[in-house]
Design a protein around this ligand. Structure first.
Ligand code: AMP
Ligand code: MG
Length: 424
């Protein structure tokens, strides 16, 4: 990938800057053009290690309003302010609790947003009128080079249309925002793939408002205390994080989580239908669950639905095995594993590979691409496996629950429920 400057038919500039070429003269020229656009009050999409952000300078009400207009974002959902030096936390915020410096020193640059009391230079459009502001120092060379050039804190939510999955590639951002923003910087896929952890340190104990790239376990280890989690507003109470009010990350298909799949364990011995070369497979008792999911997909097909399954590397062979019985496919799919993040259509059922259960970071990195692929193949119903809600898995499950709108299906019990709202 080389540094390149292009313009789409809808007038949005595309600056291609591979992270490893950020210091080249060609990249520097594009970065100063992007920085000049931001300084003049325009919006620019830029990569971070979590997802792509849609930026505007945080000190200009007009510029910040363009973010809300481009995304179709409700005005009461605040934006995260991006900085490039940790000390700027004390300028963007004010009366920052002591934990702020400790957390910043340890986790920045990185996928942690600190909610602190807002300072005077941040316009109310950024905070949606709240008395607090979310601040983050991203770990991405292109983001940092851009912010440094702008020389001002930049407010940036994820660069998607409001309600859609966040963009983890520039193509996702172009799909949603072409013609709605001045420029999009393309630096390839993002590393983490899920948004930052939002931690409110104005509360005691510090409280996670959104799980993300930094896990609760990591935060507790560093602070040496338990931290709270408030992922949805308690009944009758105003949400602390306005994002808690909105349904997010929803593809057009109706997605259901498949109950019983969070517990799938990995074993070293190959199970039925295992593909040659797979290191590990799910324990054999996954077979009836896979069969139930597959049978439901077949029923959905007969009802003229377009079904899809969000599976994992280790469980894919089980669905292939079911499909083989159903329509006399070759008994075992012996080709190379479907590349993670890509899909394959078997007898009208789309199978997507979220990645390996042995590496939940990989699943986090692929989740939004898979959710967007559901739309790309016109899936109307989808069934998503769960993963253990530990470490980054907590953030994966949080986003999946939202993508499912709380719908959980228990194939073995034959029941369906709209999960209350724990963690939703
Ligand atoms: P986005 O960048 O689109 O993923 O959205 C930013 C997220 O951070 C939203 O869920 C916001 O509600 C949350 N957030 C930003 N600023 C604050 C704040 N001051 N207080 C609470 N939550 C915030
Ligand atoms: Mg967002």
């Amino acid at each position: 990938m080389n540094v390149r400057r292009m313009r789409t038919e809808n007038g949005t500039l595309i600056f291609r800057i591979p992270p490893d070429q950020v210091s080249s003269p060609e990249a520097a020229a594009l970065l100063s053009e992007a920085a000049a656009l931001l300084r003049s009050g325009e919006t620019v999409v830029f990569p971070t290690e979590t997802v792509y952000g849609l930026g505007a300078v945080a000190s200009s009400p007009e510029a910040v309003r363009k973010i809300f207009a481009a995304k179709g974002r409700p005005g009461d959902n605040p934006l995260i302010v991006h900085i490039w030096e940790p000390e700027q936390l004390f300028a963007v915020g004010t009366r920052v609790p002591d934990t702020g410096a400790v957390l910043a020193r340890h986790f920045w640059p990185g996928p942690l947003t600190l909610v602190v009391p807002v300072g005077p230079d941040i316009v109310p459009e950024v905070t949606a009128g709240l008395s607090t502001v979310g601040v983050r120092l991203p770990a991405h060379p292109v983001a940092l080079a851009l912010l440094r050039q702008v020389g001002l804190p930049v407010a940036a939510p994820s660069a998607n249309l409001s309600g859609r999955p966040s963009p983890t590639t520039a193509e996702h951002a172009v799909h949603d925002l072409d013609g709605r923003v001045a420029a999009i910087i393309d630096s390839g896929p993002t590393a983490v793939g899920l948004e930052s952890t939002v931690l409110d340190i104005t509360l005691f104990p510090p409280t996670v408002l959104r799980p993300g790239g930094i896990t609760r376990e990591e935060l507790e280890d560093l602070l040496g205390m338990g931290i709270a989690e408030q992922l949805s507003a308690p009944p009758g109470q105003k949400p602390r994080s306005p994002g808690q009010k909105y349904t997010h990350y929803k593809p057009k298909a109706q997605v259901r989580m498949v109950q019983g799949t969070a517990e799938i364990r990995l074993a070293e011995n190959p199970g039925p239908g295992a593909v040659a070369g797979t290191r590990r497979v799910a324990v054999p008792d996954f077979a009836p669950l896979a069969q139930a999911v597959w049978d439901r997909c077949v029923r959905e097909r007969r009802r003229s639905q377009h079904p899809a399954i969000l599976a994992t590397e280790e469980t894919l062979p089980y669905y292939w095995a079911c499909g083989a019985r159903w329509e006399s496919l070759p008994p075992v799919f012996t080709g190379p594993l479907v590349p993670a993040g890509a899909g394959k259509e078997l007898e009208g059922v789309w199978l997507f590979n979220l990645g390996s259960r042995a590496d939940l970071h990989q699943i986090a990195a692929h989740l939004y691409t898979c959710l967007r692929l559901l739309d790309a193949v016109d899936a109307t119903v989808a069934f998503a496996e769960q993963v253990p809600a530990q470490g980054i898995g907590a953030a994966v499950m949080n986003r999946l629950r939202r993508a499912c709108g709380g719908l959980v299906w228990d194939p073995l019990a034959g029941s369906e429920s709209e999960a209350g709202s724990p963690g939703f």
